[in-house]
Design a protein around this ligand. Structure first.
Ligand code: FES
Ligand SMILES: [Fe+2]
Length: 423
Protein backbone atom coordinates (compact mmCIF):
# COMPACT_ATOMS: atom_id res chain seq x y z
CA UNK A 1 0.00 0.00 0.00
CA UNK A 2 1.38 3.37 -1.02
CA UNK A 3 0.62 6.35 1.25
CA UNK A 4 -0.14 9.78 -0.22
CA UNK A 5 3.28 10.98 0.99
CA UNK A 6 5.05 8.03 -0.66
CA UNK A 7 3.15 8.60 -3.89
CA UNK A 8 4.46 12.18 -3.94
CA UNK A 9 7.99 11.03 -3.12
CA UNK A 10 7.95 8.53 -5.98
CA UNK A 11 6.35 10.70 -8.64
CA UNK A 12 7.71 14.24 -8.18
CA UNK A 13 11.08 14.80 -9.84
CA UNK A 14 11.42 18.57 -10.13
CA UNK A 15 14.46 20.41 -8.71
CA UNK A 16 14.76 20.04 -4.94
CA UNK A 17 12.26 17.18 -4.57
CA UNK A 18 13.52 13.93 -2.99
CA UNK A 19 12.53 11.93 -6.08
CA UNK A 20 14.21 14.54 -8.25
CA UNK A 21 17.40 14.26 -6.21
CA UNK A 22 17.33 10.50 -6.79
CA UNK A 23 16.92 10.93 -10.55
CA UNK A 24 19.77 13.44 -10.58
CA UNK A 25 22.20 10.75 -9.38
CA UNK A 26 21.99 8.99 -12.76
CA UNK A 27 22.66 9.63 -16.45
CA UNK A 28 19.55 9.79 -18.68
CA UNK A 29 18.95 9.94 -22.43
CA UNK A 30 17.50 13.30 -23.48
CA UNK A 31 17.38 13.11 -27.30
CA UNK A 32 18.23 11.00 -30.31
CA UNK A 33 21.43 12.05 -32.09
CA UNK A 34 19.32 12.43 -35.23
CA UNK A 35 17.29 15.15 -33.44
CA UNK A 36 20.42 17.27 -33.49
CA UNK A 37 22.40 16.79 -36.71
CA UNK A 38 25.41 19.07 -37.34
CA UNK A 39 24.24 22.58 -38.20
CA UNK A 40 20.74 22.06 -36.78
CA UNK A 41 18.77 24.52 -34.68
CA UNK A 42 19.04 24.32 -30.88
CA UNK A 43 16.27 22.25 -29.29
CA UNK A 44 14.13 23.49 -26.43
CA UNK A 45 13.79 20.59 -24.02
CA UNK A 46 12.05 19.94 -20.73
CA UNK A 47 13.68 17.28 -18.51
CA UNK A 48 13.01 16.67 -14.79
CA UNK A 49 10.85 19.82 -14.83
CA UNK A 50 13.77 21.99 -15.94
CA UNK A 51 13.52 24.09 -19.09
CA UNK A 52 16.69 23.58 -21.07
CA UNK A 53 18.23 24.06 -24.48
CA UNK A 54 20.16 21.28 -26.20
CA UNK A 55 22.54 22.35 -28.97
CA UNK A 56 25.44 21.18 -31.08
CA UNK A 57 28.13 23.79 -31.55
CA UNK A 58 30.01 24.41 -34.80
CA UNK A 59 32.71 21.94 -33.69
CA UNK A 60 30.14 19.16 -33.19
CA UNK A 61 30.15 19.25 -29.37
CA UNK A 62 26.80 18.84 -27.59
CA UNK A 63 25.67 21.17 -24.80
CA UNK A 64 22.65 21.27 -22.50
CA UNK A 65 21.97 24.41 -20.48
CA UNK A 66 19.22 26.47 -18.90
CA UNK A 67 17.08 27.85 -21.66
CA UNK A 68 16.95 31.44 -20.37
CA UNK A 69 19.98 33.60 -20.98
CA UNK A 70 21.67 34.69 -17.72
CA UNK A 71 21.83 38.29 -18.97
CA UNK A 72 18.16 39.31 -19.18
CA UNK A 73 16.51 35.96 -19.74
CA UNK A 74 15.81 35.77 -23.48
CA UNK A 75 15.20 32.26 -24.80
CA UNK A 76 18.53 30.78 -25.95
CA UNK A 77 16.89 28.14 -28.16
CA UNK A 78 16.37 30.90 -30.75
CA UNK A 79 20.09 31.68 -30.64
CA UNK A 80 22.82 31.48 -33.27
CA UNK A 81 25.25 28.55 -33.48
CA UNK A 82 28.60 30.19 -34.17
CA UNK A 83 32.11 30.93 -32.90
CA UNK A 84 32.35 27.80 -30.74
CA UNK A 85 29.06 28.14 -28.91
CA UNK A 86 25.48 29.36 -28.72
CA UNK A 87 24.97 33.10 -29.07
CA UNK A 88 21.93 34.85 -27.54
CA UNK A 89 19.98 36.90 -30.07
CA UNK A 90 19.22 39.76 -27.70
CA UNK A 91 22.68 41.23 -26.94
CA UNK A 92 25.02 38.65 -28.42
CA UNK A 93 26.41 36.94 -25.32
CA UNK A 94 28.12 33.73 -26.41
CA UNK A 95 28.17 30.52 -24.33
CA UNK A 96 30.16 27.33 -24.82
CA UNK A 97 28.88 23.80 -24.07
CA UNK A 98 30.19 24.09 -20.49
CA UNK A 99 28.17 27.25 -19.81
CA UNK A 100 31.23 29.51 -19.93
CA UNK A 101 30.48 32.96 -21.27
CA UNK A 102 32.98 33.53 -24.09
CA UNK A 103 31.87 36.95 -25.29
CA UNK A 104 29.75 39.93 -24.21
CA UNK A 105 30.12 42.09 -27.31
CA UNK A 106 28.24 45.12 -25.95
CA UNK A 107 30.38 45.41 -22.79
CA UNK A 108 33.51 47.64 -22.81
CA UNK A 109 36.40 46.08 -24.68
CA UNK A 110 38.55 45.72 -21.56
CA UNK A 111 35.73 44.21 -19.44
CA UNK A 112 36.35 40.88 -17.69
CA UNK A 113 32.71 40.61 -16.58
CA UNK A 114 32.18 37.61 -18.87
CA UNK A 115 34.57 35.57 -16.69
CA UNK A 116 32.16 35.96 -13.76
CA UNK A 117 29.25 34.44 -15.68
CA UNK A 118 28.73 30.70 -15.37
CA UNK A 119 25.52 29.65 -17.03
CA UNK A 120 24.01 26.45 -15.60
CA UNK A 121 25.08 23.67 -17.98
CA UNK A 122 24.95 19.88 -17.73
CA UNK A 123 27.40 17.23 -18.89
CA UNK A 124 26.43 15.36 -22.05
CA UNK A 125 27.69 12.16 -23.64
CA UNK A 126 26.73 10.90 -27.08
CA UNK A 127 26.63 7.11 -27.37
CA UNK A 128 24.84 4.56 -29.52
CA UNK A 129 22.82 7.16 -31.45
CA UNK A 130 21.56 8.92 -28.31
CA UNK A 131 22.47 12.01 -26.34
CA UNK A 132 22.68 11.44 -22.58
CA UNK A 133 22.90 14.05 -19.87
CA UNK A 134 23.70 14.17 -16.18
CA UNK A 135 21.59 16.76 -14.35
CA UNK A 136 23.03 16.26 -10.88
CA UNK A 137 25.80 17.78 -8.82
CA UNK A 138 29.46 17.14 -9.54
CA UNK A 139 31.15 14.78 -9.65
CA UNK A 140 29.14 12.92 -12.27
CA UNK A 141 29.12 9.14 -11.86
CA UNK A 142 30.63 6.95 -14.55
CA UNK A 143 28.54 6.30 -17.60
CA UNK A 144 27.15 2.76 -17.13
CA UNK A 145 28.47 0.01 -19.39
CA UNK A 146 25.19 -1.41 -20.61
CA UNK A 147 25.42 -4.11 -23.25
CA UNK A 148 22.88 -2.42 -25.53
CA UNK A 149 24.97 0.75 -25.73
CA UNK A 150 27.76 -1.19 -27.39
CA UNK A 151 25.56 -2.53 -30.18
CA UNK A 152 26.51 -0.96 -33.50
CA UNK A 153 24.02 0.74 -35.75
CA UNK A 154 22.99 -2.40 -37.65
CA UNK A 155 22.24 -4.20 -34.42
CA UNK A 156 20.08 -1.56 -32.77
CA UNK A 157 16.82 0.23 -33.38
CA UNK A 158 16.02 3.37 -31.43
CA UNK A 159 12.64 4.92 -30.77
CA UNK A 160 11.65 8.02 -28.81
CA UNK A 161 8.05 8.59 -27.73
CA UNK A 162 6.33 11.39 -25.81
CA UNK A 163 3.88 9.96 -23.28
CA UNK A 164 1.21 11.85 -21.37
CA UNK A 165 1.64 10.50 -17.87
CA UNK A 166 3.95 10.54 -14.91
CA UNK A 167 7.10 8.50 -15.55
CA UNK A 168 6.47 5.96 -12.77
CA UNK A 169 3.15 4.55 -13.97
CA UNK A 170 4.70 4.37 -17.45
CA UNK A 171 7.64 2.26 -16.31
CA UNK A 172 5.43 0.12 -14.12
CA UNK A 173 3.81 -1.13 -17.32
CA UNK A 174 7.12 -2.81 -18.20
CA UNK A 175 7.50 -4.79 -14.99
CA UNK A 176 4.05 -6.31 -15.00
CA UNK A 177 4.41 -9.75 -16.64
CA UNK A 178 0.80 -10.85 -16.24
CA UNK A 179 -0.64 -8.18 -18.56
CA UNK A 180 0.89 -9.98 -21.55
CA UNK A 181 -1.93 -12.52 -21.40
CA UNK A 182 -4.52 -9.75 -21.71
CA UNK A 183 -3.62 -6.27 -22.93
CA UNK A 184 -1.49 -7.37 -25.92
CA UNK A 185 -3.38 -10.55 -26.78
CA UNK A 186 -4.00 -11.16 -30.48
CA UNK A 187 -7.54 -12.45 -31.16
CA UNK A 188 -6.44 -14.30 -34.29
CA UNK A 189 -3.43 -16.61 -34.73
CA UNK A 190 -0.25 -14.66 -35.40
CA UNK A 191 2.82 -15.86 -37.16
CA UNK A 192 5.39 -15.43 -34.43
CA UNK A 193 8.60 -17.34 -33.90
CA UNK A 194 8.96 -20.22 -31.45
CA UNK A 195 10.82 -19.51 -28.24
CA UNK A 196 14.09 -21.40 -27.65
CA UNK A 197 13.49 -24.87 -26.22
CA UNK A 198 10.02 -25.14 -27.72
CA UNK A 199 8.00 -25.23 -30.91
CA UNK A 200 5.46 -22.76 -29.50
CA UNK A 201 5.60 -18.99 -29.61
CA UNK A 202 5.61 -16.69 -26.60
CA UNK A 203 2.11 -15.54 -27.62
CA UNK A 204 0.89 -19.12 -27.36
CA UNK A 205 2.26 -19.42 -23.81
CA UNK A 206 0.70 -16.11 -22.81
CA UNK A 207 -2.62 -17.31 -24.22
CA UNK A 208 -2.51 -20.79 -22.69
CA UNK A 209 -1.33 -19.91 -19.19
CA UNK A 210 -2.98 -16.74 -18.02
CA UNK A 211 -1.85 -17.11 -14.40
CA UNK A 212 1.93 -16.92 -14.47
CA UNK A 213 3.82 -17.57 -11.26
CA UNK A 214 5.85 -14.46 -10.44
CA UNK A 215 8.92 -14.17 -8.25
CA UNK A 216 11.34 -11.34 -7.63
CA UNK A 217 14.91 -10.99 -6.50
CA UNK A 218 16.59 -7.80 -5.27
CA UNK A 219 19.85 -7.19 -7.12
CA UNK A 220 22.70 -4.71 -7.26
CA UNK A 221 20.94 -2.90 -10.15
CA UNK A 222 17.32 -3.07 -8.98
CA UNK A 223 14.96 -6.04 -9.27
CA UNK A 224 15.12 -9.22 -11.32
CA UNK A 225 11.64 -10.50 -12.20
CA UNK A 226 10.83 -14.14 -12.95
CA UNK A 227 7.61 -15.22 -14.58
CA UNK A 228 6.89 -18.88 -15.09
CA UNK A 229 4.21 -20.34 -17.30
CA UNK A 230 3.26 -23.95 -17.75
CA UNK A 231 4.89 -25.54 -20.83
CA UNK A 232 3.35 -29.02 -20.38
CA UNK A 233 5.69 -31.96 -20.79
CA UNK A 234 8.48 -29.67 -21.99
CA UNK A 235 8.67 -28.06 -18.57
CA UNK A 236 8.19 -24.35 -17.90
CA UNK A 237 8.31 -21.20 -19.99
CA UNK A 238 10.63 -18.86 -18.12
CA UNK A 239 10.86 -15.13 -18.65
CA UNK A 240 13.42 -13.08 -16.81
CA UNK A 241 13.09 -9.30 -17.05
CA UNK A 242 14.63 -6.50 -15.03
CA UNK A 243 13.83 -3.24 -13.31
CA UNK A 244 16.99 -1.15 -13.46
CA UNK A 245 17.34 1.84 -11.17
CA UNK A 246 15.83 4.27 -11.32
CA UNK A 247 13.71 4.37 -14.52
CA UNK A 248 14.62 1.54 -16.90
CA UNK A 249 13.29 -1.89 -17.72
CA UNK A 250 14.95 -4.61 -19.76
CA UNK A 251 12.15 -6.67 -21.24
CA UNK A 252 11.93 -9.52 -23.73
CA UNK A 253 10.59 -7.86 -26.90
CA UNK A 254 11.02 -9.47 -30.32
CA UNK A 255 14.79 -9.90 -30.04
CA UNK A 256 14.51 -11.49 -26.61
CA UNK A 257 11.89 -13.96 -27.80
CA UNK A 258 14.56 -15.63 -29.89
CA UNK A 259 17.25 -15.28 -27.23
CA UNK A 260 19.42 -12.84 -29.17
CA UNK A 261 18.92 -9.53 -27.40
CA UNK A 262 16.18 -7.58 -25.66
CA UNK A 263 14.36 -4.26 -25.49
CA UNK A 264 15.33 -1.62 -22.99
CA UNK A 265 12.74 1.02 -22.15
CA UNK A 266 14.06 4.14 -20.43
CA UNK A 267 11.32 6.46 -19.10
CA UNK A 268 12.72 9.93 -18.53
CA UNK A 269 10.53 12.40 -16.62
CA UNK A 270 9.79 15.52 -18.64
CA UNK A 271 7.83 16.96 -15.73
CA UNK A 272 5.47 15.29 -13.29
CA UNK A 273 2.74 14.79 -15.90
CA UNK A 274 4.78 13.71 -18.94
CA UNK A 275 7.61 11.37 -19.76
CA UNK A 276 9.80 10.49 -22.70
CA UNK A 277 10.22 6.81 -23.44
CA UNK A 278 13.46 5.85 -25.18
CA UNK A 279 13.50 2.30 -26.59
CA UNK A 280 16.78 0.54 -27.31
CA UNK A 281 15.92 -2.58 -29.26
CA UNK A 282 19.03 -4.62 -29.86
CA UNK A 283 20.15 -7.97 -31.19
CA UNK A 284 23.67 -9.10 -30.34
CA UNK A 285 23.68 -11.90 -32.93
CA UNK A 286 22.23 -10.50 -36.13
CA UNK A 287 21.32 -7.16 -37.64
CA UNK A 288 17.89 -5.87 -36.67
CA UNK A 289 15.17 -6.65 -39.16
CA UNK A 290 14.17 -3.00 -39.46
CA UNK A 291 10.96 -3.62 -41.41
CA UNK A 292 9.56 -5.43 -38.36
CA UNK A 293 9.66 -2.14 -36.43
CA UNK A 294 9.34 0.41 -39.24
CA UNK A 295 6.08 -1.06 -40.47
CA UNK A 296 4.06 0.62 -37.71
CA UNK A 297 5.82 3.92 -37.90
CA UNK A 298 3.98 5.36 -40.89
CA UNK A 299 0.54 4.56 -39.57
CA UNK A 300 0.91 4.64 -35.80
CA UNK A 301 3.40 7.44 -35.15
CA UNK A 302 3.62 11.15 -35.92
CA UNK A 303 6.83 12.84 -37.16
CA UNK A 304 7.21 14.51 -33.75
CA UNK A 305 7.47 11.18 -31.91
CA UNK A 306 3.92 10.79 -30.64
CA UNK A 307 1.31 8.10 -31.06
CA UNK A 308 -1.43 8.74 -33.60
CA UNK A 309 -3.77 6.92 -31.19
CA UNK A 310 -3.97 8.89 -27.98
CA UNK A 311 -6.27 9.86 -25.16
CA UNK A 312 -7.94 12.65 -27.13
CA UNK A 313 -9.19 10.21 -29.81
CA UNK A 314 -9.76 7.32 -27.37
CA UNK A 315 -6.87 5.47 -29.03
CA UNK A 316 -9.15 4.99 -32.07
CA UNK A 317 -10.60 1.95 -30.36
CA UNK A 318 -12.67 -0.24 -32.70
CA UNK A 319 -15.07 -2.62 -30.96
CA UNK A 320 -15.39 -4.83 -34.04
CA UNK A 321 -11.63 -5.35 -34.08
CA UNK A 322 -11.82 -6.42 -30.44
CA UNK A 323 -13.63 -9.56 -31.62
CA UNK A 324 -11.42 -10.45 -34.52
CA UNK A 325 -8.05 -8.80 -34.28
CA UNK A 326 -6.73 -7.74 -30.90
CA UNK A 327 -7.88 -7.62 -27.31
CA UNK A 328 -7.86 -3.82 -27.06
CA UNK A 329 -9.35 -2.95 -30.46
CA UNK A 330 -6.49 -0.45 -30.73
CA UNK A 331 -4.46 -2.07 -33.47
CA UNK A 332 -1.47 -4.37 -33.15
CA UNK A 333 1.22 -1.84 -32.20
CA UNK A 334 2.07 -2.84 -28.61
CA UNK A 335 3.34 0.56 -27.39
CA UNK A 336 -0.13 2.00 -27.99
CA UNK A 337 -1.71 -0.61 -25.72
CA UNK A 338 0.80 0.25 -23.00
CA UNK A 339 0.21 3.98 -23.49
CA UNK A 340 -3.55 3.45 -23.17
CA UNK A 341 -3.13 1.46 -19.94
CA UNK A 342 -0.84 3.95 -18.26
CA UNK A 343 -2.11 7.27 -19.64
CA UNK A 344 -5.76 6.43 -18.96
CA UNK A 345 -4.95 6.37 -15.22
CA UNK A 346 -4.61 10.17 -15.32
CA UNK A 347 -1.47 12.28 -15.28
CA UNK A 348 -0.35 11.11 -11.82
CA UNK A 349 -2.16 8.01 -10.64
CA UNK A 350 -3.41 8.08 -7.05
CA UNK A 351 -1.89 4.83 -5.80
CA UNK A 352 -3.86 4.97 -2.53
CA UNK A 353 -6.86 3.84 -4.61
CA UNK A 354 -5.17 0.64 -5.83
CA UNK A 355 -6.02 -2.90 -4.71
CA UNK A 356 -2.84 -4.78 -5.53
CA UNK A 357 -2.93 -8.49 -6.28
CA UNK A 358 -0.41 -11.31 -6.38
CA UNK A 359 0.56 -10.28 -9.91
CA UNK A 360 1.95 -6.97 -8.64
CA UNK A 361 4.98 -8.32 -6.77
CA UNK A 362 7.43 -6.87 -9.29
CA UNK A 363 5.85 -3.44 -9.06
CA UNK A 364 5.84 -3.48 -5.26
CA UNK A 365 9.52 -4.46 -5.25
CA UNK A 366 10.44 -1.68 -7.69
CA UNK A 367 8.61 0.95 -5.61
CA UNK A 368 10.36 -0.27 -2.46
CA UNK A 369 13.72 -0.11 -4.26
CA UNK A 370 13.01 3.47 -5.34
CA UNK A 371 11.99 4.51 -1.82
CA UNK A 372 15.20 2.94 -0.49
CA UNK A 373 17.11 4.91 -3.12
CA UNK A 374 15.45 8.16 -2.03
CA UNK A 375 16.29 7.38 1.60
CA UNK A 376 19.94 6.72 0.67
CA UNK A 377 20.21 10.06 -1.13
CA UNK A 378 18.58 11.85 1.80
CA UNK A 379 21.21 10.24 4.05
CA UNK A 380 23.95 11.65 1.83
CA UNK A 381 24.82 8.33 0.17
CA UNK A 382 24.74 7.07 -3.39
CA UNK A 383 21.73 4.91 -4.25
CA UNK A 384 22.38 1.51 -5.86
CA UNK A 385 23.57 1.31 -9.48
CA UNK A 386 25.62 4.52 -9.36
CA UNK A 387 29.19 3.78 -10.40
CA UNK A 388 32.18 5.77 -9.17
CA UNK A 389 34.99 3.37 -10.07
CA UNK A 390 35.58 1.59 -13.33
CA UNK A 391 36.08 -1.76 -11.56
CA UNK A 392 32.48 -1.57 -10.28
CA UNK A 393 31.03 -0.50 -13.61
CA UNK A 394 29.68 -3.91 -14.46
CA UNK A 395 26.19 -4.44 -15.88
CA UNK A 396 26.76 -8.04 -16.96
CA UNK A 397 24.14 -9.47 -14.59
CA UNK A 398 21.36 -7.68 -16.49
CA UNK A 399 20.09 -10.62 -18.50
CA UNK A 400 16.81 -11.21 -20.25
CA UNK A 401 15.54 -14.76 -20.72
CA UNK A 402 12.60 -16.13 -22.69
CA UNK A 403 13.00 -19.91 -22.91
CA UNK A 404 11.34 -23.18 -22.16
CA UNK A 405 13.43 -25.07 -19.64
CA UNK A 406 12.93 -28.47 -17.98
CA UNK A 407 10.70 -28.36 -14.90
CA UNK A 408 13.50 -29.53 -12.60
CA UNK A 409 15.93 -26.72 -13.57
CA UNK A 410 16.19 -23.99 -10.92
CA UNK A 411 14.89 -20.94 -12.78
CA UNK A 412 16.60 -18.61 -10.32
CA UNK A 413 19.96 -20.01 -11.40
CA UNK A 414 19.27 -20.37 -15.10
CA UNK A 415 20.08 -16.77 -16.08
CA UNK A 416 23.69 -17.34 -14.97
CA UNK A 417 24.10 -19.88 -17.76
CA UNK A 418 22.98 -17.24 -20.21
CA UNK A 419 25.58 -14.79 -18.85
CA UNK A 420 28.27 -17.42 -19.48
CA UNK A 421 26.96 -18.17 -22.95
CA UNK A 422 26.99 -14.47 -23.81
CA UNK A 423 30.55 -14.07 -22.51
S1 FES B 1 19.36 38.52 -22.84
FE1 FES B 1 20.84 37.27 -23.70
S2 FES B 1 22.43 38.56 -24.25
FE2 FES B 1 21.01 39.85 -23.30
FE1 LIG C 1 2.95 -4.06 -22.36
Amino acid sequence: MVSPAENDLLTHTGPGTPGGELMRKYWHPVALSEDLPPGSAPLPLRILREDLVLFRDDKGRVGLMDILCPHRCADLSYGRIEDGGLRCLYHGWLFDVNGRCLEQPAEPEDSTYKDEIHHNAYKCIERAGMIFAYLGKDPAPLFPEYEFLNADEEHRFLVKTHLDSNWLQAIEGNIDPSHLSYLHKPMAPVDSRAVPGSDKSADAYYRDDTRPKLEIERTEFGVRNYSIRNAGEKGKYLRVTNFIMPNKAAIVGNEGRVGQGYSLHWHVPVDDEHNLRFDFIFNRVRPIERSRYDKHHETERTPDHRHVRNRSNRYLQDRELMKTSNYTGMGDYFPVHDAFATESMGAIVDRTKEHLGSTDVCIVAARRTLLNGIAAVQAGKDPIHVFREQAQNDCSTIVVVSEVIPAEVDHKEFWKERVQKRA
